[in-house]
Design a protein around this ligand. Structure first.
Ligand code: GP9
Ligand code: MN
Length: 651
């Protein structure tokens, strides 16, 4: 008994080491103002207790303290198998490695507000450019992360060999302790993690919005573990290797699509002109040309739709990647992924993207979006898409914050000022944000008279109208500004909504306003976003055919005088598409005549097929052909992403 006690007491160095590492993880959380620190230490412990004893804590992140301890144990338990000088040596090495990772994460976070993932390491080239600025972000306190490493090294040198071998504990005792610590580490990691997954975290964890969100569930070391595991799984264990035949089959599919392409009526009309793409957050088509209490909701967009080219039957195809999926569809004419976001999952791939094509033609390429650069992994994927400059959160002057960031009016003002100074031609993509769910607007900017739309249940709907009304005004001012600066005549201006509002069939006023009680109307209303194109010199016109976000890249390139037939776009030229079709991620689709709503079980026969003209439900057989075509496109798109096929195609 006495020896056992003595033996455990002799593990004080290991215990101290674990505490030190915990302190370092805490340091990162302090720098990044995340997980432990957002609640403050006392509230945090309180929450943790509530959480642990099954009480009703609203946070699902509390278990992360336990996970942090657990992951440290998992990473270091093996040191207990060693003793004496050897142990000190390996402890110092482990300490050096882990502390270095934490230090690197700390510096990286200060610059990018993100954690270093495997993807980032793979793209060190890009990060290299800002390497110097990252170094400038080093604070003296960061040195604390390495002090103990140095102390350990000195101790190791000082302790003489002889002393260390004095009385080595038994092999069994060492193995036993290591095993217990390993098991403890495993429990501390998995039990809280599984609990937060059950409490609703799984969706967020799998959705892969950003590394920081994964970190919220795993802690810092856990993040790296999960990240590396996922990477190995995707790239080695579950990697689908594409055979030569499969690769050329995919390429043949594109060749077939390209053979069908014919130039549209505006082909080359905007050759050499600037391109401004305004991707508007949650802008749906149902507000267009509609009034509330006798007042237009979107007077400016209505006017722009009247005076330019307008597609009222344009559909969004985003999946879980929301805004990022809309951007992805726009830029690559590939489908979003079924899980997560292509922006996160395939940021290292080779793309045949609109910005890089225009860049080759001498365009300057940039994006304006006043939010964290790491959100949706934008800062990583943009260079891959040929986007040279990303104006994110920190690049904008201060302005009133509405919801997630500075308001759209300020965003558009500042973007316009910046663009006015650009060398021409340029391609600018502006991603707005004010009209983001839950659409709350400050009192003084609720300028639409929505009386009669009050009441708790319909708050979202009323808020939505207000925020879209506000965004419409900002867009009106922006276009006016373009006109005043004499830029509009030299610009192909594209305006569309990124995705639906997230309002469901339970939002009574929404259903009432859009008259979408029946499933078909609800389905179509929900996917329908407006598309307005300003092509200098083109007569105003309304195009009633079905078109989709997938069609943007080839159609825009055609107007800009490029040849979409030379590229790998899945979408079609929206002008020629008499048989236009918008296929959605789950296989549902809309054509000029048919609508197919896929069943949630994924079984084709359980879906519903409608004849759109009359709304009549048909035998599912009637929808089979377009369903097959759409499914083929989805498969090709998935293959291109999974196998990084564009890189492997014959030139
Ligand atoms: C944030 C913004 C939000 O950068 O794109 O997008 P969403 O939540 O709609 O995907
Ligand atoms: Mn969005």
């Amino acid at each position: 008994m006495k020896t056992a006690g003595k033996f455990l007491l002799n593990q004080w160095d290991y215990a101290l080491f674990v505490l030190l590492l915990l302190g370092k993880v805490y340091y990162f959380s302090n720098v990044s103002d995340t997980v432990f620190t957002t609640l403050g230490p006392f509230a945090f412990v309180g929450e943790l207790a509530t959480w642990a004893f099954g009480g009703n804590s609203d946070g699902i992140f509390e278990g992360v303290l336990l996970i942090s301890i657990g992951t440290i144990l998992l990473g270091t338990f093996w040191l207990l198998l060693l003793s004496g000088r050897k142990r000190l040596f390996w402890m110092a090495i482990t300490n050096l490695v882990l502390s270095f990772i934490i230090l690197a994460d700390t510096l990286y976070f200060r610059y990018f507000e993100d954690i270093i993932s495997v993807t980032v390491l793979m793209q060190m080239r890009q990060v290299g450019d800002v390497g110097e600025s990252i170094f400038a972000l080093f604070r003296l306190s960061d040195a604390l992360l390495l002090v103990d490493v140095i102390v350990m090294a000195i101790l190791w040198v000082m302790i003489s060999r002889k002393k260390a071998i004095a009385q080595a504990p038994s092999r069994w005792a060492k193995a036993g302790t290591a095993l217990v610590v390993l098991m403890l580490g495993w429990q501390l990691t998995t039990v809280p993690f599984n609990k937060s997954m059950e409490d609703g975290g799984a969706w967020q964890f799998n959705k892969l919005i950003s590394n920081m969100r994964v970190y919220n569930f795993t802690g810092l070391l856990g993040f790296h573990g999960a990240n590396i595991t996922r990477y190995i799984d995707d790239n080695f264990i579950n990697r689908k290797v594409y055979s030569e035949d499969e690769i050329s089959e995919a390429q043949d599919w594109f060749d077939g699509r390209n053979a069908e392409r014919v130039p549209g009526p505006y082909s080359g009309m905007a050759e050499g002109k600037n391109v401004i793409v305004l991707q508007v957050e949650a802008l749906q088509n149902f507000v267009m040309n509609r009034e509330v209490n006798g007042e237009e909701i979107t007077p400016n967009l209505n006017r722009l739709a009247r005076e330019n080219l307008y597609f009222p039957n344009f559909y969004e195809q985003t999946a879980l990647g929301r805004t990022s999926d809309a951007e992805f569809l726009l830029n690559t004419s590939l489908y979003p992924t079924a899980e997560g976001s292509a922006y996160m999952l395939y940021a290292e791939n080779t793309f045949d993207a609109l910005p890089s094509i225009l860049k080759e033609q001498g365009y300057g390429t940039n994006v304006f979006h006043p939010y964290k650069p790491s959100f949706w992994n934008r800062y990583i994927i943009y260079p891959q898409l040929g986007i040279d400059r990303f104006y994110s959160e920190g690049d904008f002057d201060e302005a009133e914050v509405i919801g997630w960031s500075i308001n759209d009016e300020a965003l558009l003002d500042q973007a316009l000022e910046e663009m006015a100074g650009f060398e021409e031609p340029f391609h600018s993509q502006i991603v707005t944000l004010t009209s983001h769910h839950p659409f709350e607007m400050p009192e003084d900017l609720q300028l639409l008279n929505t009386e009669g739309y009050n009441g708790y249940q319909d708050r979202h709907f009323k808020n939505y109208l207000q925020s879209i009304h506000y965004v419409d005004r900002a867009i009106g001012k922006f276009v006016e500004g373009l006109e005043q600066k004499g830029m509009l005549d030299d610009t192909l201006l594209v305006i569309y909504g990124d995705h639906s509002t997230g309002m469901t069939a339970n939002t009574k006023k929404f259903v009432e306003f859009t008259d979408s009680k029946d499933p078909l109307a609800y389905f179509e209303t929900n996917k329908n976003v407006p598309l307005i194109l300003h092509v200098p010199g083109a007569e105003p016109k309304i195009f009633s055919q079905v078109a989709s976000q997938l069609d943007l890249a080839p159609s825009l390139l055609d107007i800009l005088g490029g040849d979409p037939g030379q590229h790998y776009f899945i979408g079609r030229n929206m002008w020629e598409a008499e048989d236009g079709r918008a296929t959605f991620r789950d296989g549902s689709f809309i054509t000029n005549e048919l609508s197919f709503i896929a069943a949630s079980d994924g079984i084709y026969d359980n879906g519903s097929c409608f004849w759109r003209i009359t709304g009549e439900e048909m035998d599912v057989e009637a929808c089979k052909e377009p369903f097959k075509e759409g499914s083929k496109e989805l498969q090709i798109s998935d293959d291109v992403l999974r196998g990084d096929l564009l890189e492997k195609f014959e030139p």
